[in-house]
Design a protein around this ligand. Sequence first.
Ligand SMILES: C[S@@+](CC[C@H](N)C(=O)[O-])C[C@H]1O[C@@H](n2cnc3c(N)ncnc32)[C@H](O)[C@@H]1O
Length: 341
Amino acid sequence: MSHENVERIIQEVSRDYHINGSLSPLVLRRIVELHGAVDAQRTAETGCGLTTLVFSNLSADHTSFADGSGDSLPNTQAHPYFNAAAARFVVGPSQTTLPHHIFDGPLDLVLLDGPHAYPFPNLEYYYFYPWLRQGGILVIDDVHIPTIGNLYDFLREDEMWAHLGDVETTAFFQRTEAPTHPPHGDDWPMQRYNRRHFPYQAALVPIYGEGWHEREFGGAAALSVTDGGLPSFNPSPELGALLDAQAAQRERLRANSFKHQLREERLAFQAGARALNSRVVQLHAIVRKLRAEKLAAETRATEAERRVDGIKKANEFKADQGTTNRGPSRWLSSLLRRPHS
Ligand SMILES: C[S@@+](CC[C@H](N)C(=O)[O-])C[C@H]1O[C@@H](n2cnc3c(N)ncnc32)[C@H](O)[C@@H]1O
């Protein structure tokens, strides 16, 4: 563990040292603070980058589920502040690696910052929550993305979590002492969010008794999920500006990487075209050679035919000569056949 390294990472390492962009110093500091507060030893995250550098210097055993796309994995592994002794990577999409992963024991802190599209963070949450110990910390980045905002809304009301607040667009939760929701069961009314926003309160009276909703949530809390509206994450104007700047920065990085990719593709295409050209030249040479061979073969065939013709004619001539010159004449033959008198 090296807190000095962590401080250097936060201060010195650029947030765009990999293409996908990293958590800000403020968010990293909050992670470090909570990591210390719960004495985290075994930690895990989806995605890798600056946070992996930090965790590899803070945790005794850190696992990063990284799909290996882009440059975050090689840049992290090659970074001088990366402490390989305390970190391991599970390479591949978390959608396929996490379901089969067995940790060595309960987790003290988990960060979800891998794939961001629906339903992947939810899927990751499903595979992580049974592993998080009571008092453990769950960090979810980018809760301003609407579908991640839905997960955030759910967790803020769930009995298993205490919402510790947000830094920029990263949310922090702590596992309460509430029993773990059975991962292989169902029981949706056991979940506070579902009870609170359930539009047909009367249907749950047989389970919770008359006036259950009023008792648990009070009249004002009886919101309906059908109310719709904006996700509950409402950034301040300053944070809004920061988010816009971040988005523009990500867009620039993405455009650069796209340009780079186009250039690579153009070079590959040009190399392909050159290879094709030289193959065409080779094929022309082969065609020329074959034509010459065909011509030679035809000349030889004509020559051979001419010779065969000559031989045939000579034979016919000889045959003709044979019929006229060979053997006795008819007159002589008749004389020879006559008996001697
Ligand atoms: C926003 S970056 C993570 C940033 C990192 N926490 C940091 O602070 O630098 C997202 C990361 O998730 C990875 N990623 C994207 N889709 C993934 C997936 N399906 N499974 C695992 N990792 C994924 C990307 O390669 C990238 O490393």
